[in-house]
Ligand binder design. Structure first.
Ligand code: GLU
Length: 281
């Protein structure tokens, strides 16, 4: 069986122990399967991406002993490809422009109701204020959203296989659950050409990724990705969501957590084996 996986960091800060675990696990799994490990630079958010973080990603991963084929895919080189995918969704009549800012969304969402989720994998669940606006009305400051009800009607049967420890098995995301817990998520962010969800799905397909190995925090986002794959007629990979690396208080590591940056361990004379031991790999 072909096995192609990837590590897809955003160059917006230093890689920390959590990234090291994710990258080494994907690299190890690819090697065990006689497969391929790819690096992809997720720099779609150009307001936050920096060349020096990108260079450091390469240095840190090489230091850890990881190898990958070149050239490396970079999202900022692929804007026309995301546009193409978006146009397909537009042709299916599933996209609408939205001018609501965070405060508008909060105000329209009203008081929280018991048992009704307020936040999903794409942030606050959108109350649908702009749903009826036509695309011809889209302004330069608008985001573009997917009409999830229509999208689910166009892609009625969703499923994916998960091999990660927490959710092992076949998953069939239920339409009602997606409407309630995800809502009309953003396909194109303000002043950007795409969003994480749209780009990641197109990139995984174009790179022929057979196994997506990433943190458990993204498990809920997978239903979004599987929906987009169905709409765009793209293959669904096998998913493996791994445990998260946490600090001594049990909090998961954040990008800003410089104390646990790989570069810091490197400077302090640790070896890649020490890093493996720290994340219990
Ligand atoms: N750029 C994303 C991150 O750093 C990648 C997520 C994924 O692997 O799909 O969290």
């Amino acid at each position: 069986m072909t096995f192609i996986t990837r590590f897809a960091p955003s160059p917006t800060g230093p890689l920390h122990l959590g990234h090291a675990y994710s990258a080494m696990l994907a690299h190890d799994m690819a090697r065990t399967a006689g497969g391929t490990f790819l690096l992809r630079i997720e720099d779609i958010d150009q307001s936050r991406a920096r060349p020096h973080w990108e260079a450091q990603i390469h240095d840190d991963l090489h230091w850890l002993g990881l190898e990958w084929p070149t050239p490396v895919m970079r999202q900022s080189d692929r804007l026309p490809r995301y546009r193409q995918a978006l146009e397909l969704l537009i042709r299916l009549n599933l996209v609408y422009p939205c001018k609501c800012n965070r405060a508008d969304i909060e105000a329209a969402a009203g008081a929280p109701q018991e048992g009704v989720p307020q936040f999903g994998p794409d942030g606050r669940i959108y109350p649908g204020t702009c749903l009826e606006r036509p695309l011809s009305d889209a302004g330069p400051d608008d985001v573009l959203r997917l009409d999830i009800r229509k999208a689910l009607a166009a892609a009625p049967s969703l499923r994916f296989v998960e091999t990660g420890p927490t959710h092992t098995g076949t998953h069939v995301p239920a339409p009602e659950a997606l409407i309630e817990s995800v809502g009309d998520f953003v396909l194109v962010r303000r002043h950007m050409h795409s969003s994480y969800h749209l780009s990641v799905v197109v990139d995984d397909a174009d790179q022929g990724i057979t196994h997506v190995i990433r943190g458990e925090d993204l498990f809920d986002a997978t239903a979004i990705h599987v929906l987009l794959q169905a709409l765009l007629n793209l293959h669904t990979p096998i998913y493996h969501h791994h445990r998260l690396i946490r600090d001594e208080r049990g909090k998961r590591l954040a990008k800003r957590d410089d104390a646990r940056a790989i570069a810091k361990y490197r400077e302090e004379g640790a070896s890649p084996q020490d890093v493996r031991a720290l994340v219990a790999l």
